[in-house]
Design a protein around this ligand. Structure first.
Ligand SMILES: Cc1cc2nc3c(=O)[nH]c(=O)nc-3n(C[C@H](O)[C@H](O)[C@H](O)COP(=O)(O)O)c2cc1C
Length: 204
C-alpha cells in the first residue's frame, strides 16, 4: 500500500473481530510510533500495551471511574468508547513525559507517534481507533498504572515566564489517549471533511 492509499483509506474502526494480534504485529505498530519526529528528539511518548485479563481490568477501572463522576454532555460517548476498547483485542495507552509542563511540545510529539501507529495499522490490514475518552478517568488510570503525576522540572520557571508574557503555561497530564487495535469487522464510509480550500489561508 502506498502512502496516499494509507492516508486516504484509513478509517476509525469501532467494530473488531475476535482474532488476536501477534506480538510481532503489535511491535511493528509500536515501532512505527517510535519512529515519529519528536521535539528535540527527546521521544516523549510511552506506550502501555493491554491484552486479555489486563485489558479487562483497565476497562473496569475506566467504567467504575466514569460512574462516580458528575455527568456532562461531552462524556456521552465514553460508554461506547469503553465498549470498543473491550471488544478490540489490543489497547495501547499512550502517555507523555512531562518535560516542559504544558508548553505543548510533548503533546505534538506524542500525537505524531499516534498517527504513525494508526497509519501503520491500516497498512497492515488492521483497524484502529484513537480514543480520548480515557482522559475523563485519567487519575484512576494513573493510579491503576501506579504512575504518580510527574511534574516538569521546568514547571515553576515556565509558570513564571507565562505570567510575565501573558500566556497560560501549566501542568500537562501524562495520559494522552488510548488506541484500540484489531482486525476490522466493519468498513465505515469516509467521514465528511472540509475541503483544503476551507481550512487553508494563503499568504502571497
Ligand atoms: C484526538 C482524537 C480523539 C478521539 N477520541 C475518540 C473517542 O474517544 N472515541 C471515539 O469513538 N472516537 C474518537 N476519535 C475518532 C474520531 O471520532 C474520528 O477520527 C473522526 O470522526 C474522523 O473519522 P475517521 O477517523 O474515520 O476519519 C478521536 C479522534 C481523535 C483525533
Amino acid at each position: 500500500m502506498n502512502i496516499d492509499d494509507v492516508i486516504r483509506n484509513r478509517r476509525s474502526i469501532r467494530k473488531y473481530k475476535e482474532k488476536p494480534l501477534t506480538k510481532e504485529q503489535i511491535v511493528e505498530i509500536l515501532d512505527a510510533g517510535n519512529r515519529a519526529p519528536s521535539a528535540k528528539n527527546r521521544v516523549q511518548w510511552r506506550f502501555h500495551v493491554f491484552e486479555g485479563e489486563a485489558k479487562a481490568k483497565l476497562i473496569q477501572v475506566c467504567r467504575e471511574g466514569i460512574e462516580k463522576l458528575p455527568k456532562i454532555p461531552l462524556m456521552a460517548s465514553t460508554a461506547n468508547s469503553y465498549n470498543i476498547m473491550d471488544q478490540a483485542p489490543v489497547v495501547i495507552l499512550v502517555l507523555q513525559t512531562c518535560e516542559w509542563g504544558g508548553i505543548g511540545a510533548e503533546i505534538q510529539s506524542v500525537s505524531a507517534a499516534i498517527q504513525n501507529m494508526l497509519l501503520k495499522a491500516h497498512s497492515m490490514g488492521l483497524g484502529s481507533l484513537w480514543i480520548n475518552d480515557v482522559l475523563f478517568v485519567e487519575p484512576q488510570i494513573l493510579d491503576f498504572l501506579k504512575i504518580t503525576k510527574e511534574d516538569s522540572e521546568f514547571k515553576d520557571m515556565l509558570l513564571e515566564f507565562g505570567e510575565k508574557v501573558g500566556i497560560e503555561i501549566g501542568y500537562s497530564g501524562p495520559l494522552v489517549a488510548a488506541i484500540a487495535l484489531g482486525y476490522p469487522d466493519e468498513d465505515p464510509k469516509r467521514e465528511p471533511r472540509k475541503t483544503v480550500e476551507e481550512v487553508t489561508i494563503w499568504y502571497e
